[in-house]
Ligand binder design. Structure first.
Ligand SMILES: Cc1cc2nc3c(=O)[nH]c(=O)nc-3n(C[C@H](O)[C@H](O)[C@H](O)COP(=O)(O)OP(=O)(O)OC[C@H]3O[C@@H](n4cnc5c(N)ncnc54)[C@H](O)[C@@H]3O)c2cc1C
Length: 479
């Protein structure tokens, strides 16, 4: 009997939709089943504070939406997506009121660093130049790279810890702190091997593409992805929590946009006990504490560079950021956390009532923490932007439990679908030639718990769909 669908995708996060699009593009009959009443997983926009103030509940700045070799090529503008590029991708304020900016222009950026200018160019000039060669391999599973020499050169810089990298290249504390700001996105201690790789990749994308965000909210990105998916014949079913694979229609392939813990709870998958044991050993990373504000005016950063940036990294010295990011893993949180701030409304007036503003921020916290970090985060911002607290009209916070309620993939508040350390970065969820497949030949994993991990790039979904195409629809792979 023919199956009702060729493939069913469970979960409508950016990876689930990407997997569905790749399969649907090949002419297959696909459907997405999503438990929530709104699609998008951690890429959704809601009025969290006051009517008319639109907040990105999860992802907010989407450089990988343009840098991704898959998403970057989709005709999303035809489905309402408009990118906004702040003049400065990210800025990093210091306690003396000055700041460093990451401009898209590599040389303008480097020119701020005085005696570290040359070292900055030594790091980033080759990466920006060779991104087209190495980017695809970095955003996929472990394998033989297309350009082994360029990939190896990247690896030599990326494998050390952030601390080793900054001490090797830079002389000034400010330049080191600036690099830490992007490397700390890893959610790893800055002394961990390979933590530098996050700063290298994120900053390279800032120079190569800028750090844009969708006009109107990150949810507009999901809307555009789904608009395109439906235009090529895809189906979306909301409000369907999949507990047992036998409850959804038959298909040749099922692609789960879920993390290992959730997948193991799905009934009817017939996984071997060995596979279950290995998946059970998968490590989740630190969580986040998330804050959103409705504001009477933009954040009054002392430095103009911070006012012109879409993202602001706050951590006033290398020591401060190191202590913060080490503390989350030792369950010993500092009162001065490293804070990531995103501000959209200075560049996008469609997200708040006329003349009003919003801001988005989080700090890393121990996985599963229910502690309230509102005061600590606001204090950090206030230091870089005196008067900030007076601009607050309303606020909303989400601890790790509330984030997981919002999206069950955010296990313990982990926003990357699992720890991204050297042991799990490329070999997630377990070390395997094809990390997207499972012992059940019809079942695949397409979430950020597979390579290349967290972020709105869709590449986990793209590669998982590739694996399903190869196994079940070989002829179509040739097209
Ligand atoms: C606070 C926060 C800030 C972030 N900031 C950024 C950022 O600025 N830039 C960036 O690139 N990335 C950011 N991220 C990370 C990014 O959002 C994630 O890496 C990305 O969303 C992962 O996509 P995914 O498709 O793997 O999973 P998700 O987006 O989590 O989607 C999984 C989907 O599966 C559904 N689901 C789960 N279980 C079931 C079930 N049993 N049945 C049916 N459906 C189910 C969920 O409801 C959800 O819709 C952030 C994340 C958070 C939470």
């Amino acid at each position: 009997m023919p199956e009702k669908y060729d493939a069913i995708i469970i979960g409508s996060g950016s990876n689930g939709i990407s997997a569905a699009i790749r399969l649907q593009q090949k002419g297959l009959k696909t459907a997405i089943y999503e438990q929530a009443s709104t699609p998008g997983g951690a890429t959704r926009t809601q009025e969290l504070t006051l009517p008319g103030y639109k907040h990105d509940v999860g992802s907010a700045i989407l450089p990988m939406g343009v840098a991704s070799p898959f998403l970057g090529k989709l005709p999303l503008h035809e489905h309402g997506l408009e990118w906004i590029y702040p003049e400065i991708a990210y800025a990093h304020p210091f306690s003396d009121g000055t700041a460093y900016a990451c401009y898209q222009n590599l040389y303008e950026t480097a020119s701020q660093f005085g005696e570290d200018e040359k070292a900055y160019l030594n790091i980033f000039e080759p990466l920006v130049k060779n991104w087209d060669k190495i980017g695809g391999d970095l955003l996929g599973p472990l394998g033989i790279p297309d350009y082994p020499l360029d990939f190896m050169k990247f690896g030599l810089k990326a494998i050390p810890s952030s601390k080793m990298l900054v001490n090797h290249y830079f002389k000034n504390e400010k330049t080191k702190t600036f690099f830490y700001g992007s490397a700390a996105h890893s959610t790893l201690p800055l002394t961990n091997i390979a933590s530098a790789s996050f700063g290298l990749v994120l900053t390279t994308t800032a120079h190569k593409y800028g750090w844009p965000f969708p006009k109107g909210g990150a949810g507009k990105f999901t809307e555009a992805l789904l608009g395109y998916y439906k235009s090529i014949g895809g189906e979306l079913h909301l409000n369907t929590f999949v507990e047992d694979v036998r409850d959804i229609p038959n298909a040749y392939a099922y692609l789960f946009d879920l993390t290992p813990k959730q997948l193991l709870n799905i009934k009817g998958l017939n996984f071997s006990s060995l596979y279950r044991k290995r998946m059970d050993a998968y490590n989740y990373g630190a969580g986040v504490f998330k804050l959103d504000w409705a504001l009477s005016e933009p954040i009054p950063f002392t430095s103009e560079k911070c006012r012109k940036a879409g993202t602001v990294h706050i951590g006033f010295s290398t020591d401060e950021i190191e202590i913060s990011e080490k503390g989350i893993h030792e369950k010993n949180m500092t009162s001065k956390p490293y804070v990531l701030v995103a501000q959209h409304t200075p560049f996008d007036d469609s997200r708040a009532p006329e003349g009003k503003h919003t801001a988005w921020a989080y700090c890393h916290v121990p996985n599963g923490s229910t502690e309230d970090f509102t005061e600590a985060i606001e204090k950090q911002i206030e230091k870089a932007a005196p008067g900030f607290k007076d601009t607050i009209l309303a606020k909303s916070f989400m601890n790790t439990h509330q984030l997981q309620e919002f999206d069950p993939n955010l296990v313990g508040g982990d926003i990357n679908g699992g720890k991204q350390d050297i042991t799990q970065l490329f070999t997630r969820p377990i070390a395997k030639i094809n990390p997207y497949s499972t012992p059940n030949p019809r079942v695949y994993i397409c979430s950020s718990s597979t390579p290349p991990g967290g972020g709105v790039h869709g590449m986990c979904g793209y590669h998982a769909a590739g694996a399903a195409l190869k196994d079940h629809f070989k002829e179509l792979m040739k097209k």
